[in-house]
Write a protein that binds this ligand. Sequence first.
Ligand SMILES: [Zn+2]
Length: 108
Amino acid sequence: MIRRFINWLRGLFGRAATYRIQVLADVPDRVDDRTLYVIGERQNYWLAIMRCPCGCGAEIQLPLSGSDGPRWTVSGTPKAPTLTPSVHRTKGCRSHFFMRGGTIIWCR
Ligand SMILES: [Zn+2]
């Protein structure tokens, strides 16, 4: 029982707490934790969506294409995505973080 609890904690804060990519043709109705949704079709991905990793529950939308305003690039593998540049929320929790290899790296 205690071991199960420790494993559960490890899952929350340890190695298992990484993001993976889910590719969708359209914006999802529900955004799950630890999932980086990439919206569009092959060679034409236009939006990435994720839930804020700080736990505030906010949904973050990151444009992947277009010429106006900021734009992000998703690289790496589906199980270890890297997001460039960093994500800095200007409202709400004001979280600032990188995603590298599926792992959230906080900027302080
Ligand atoms: Zn947040």
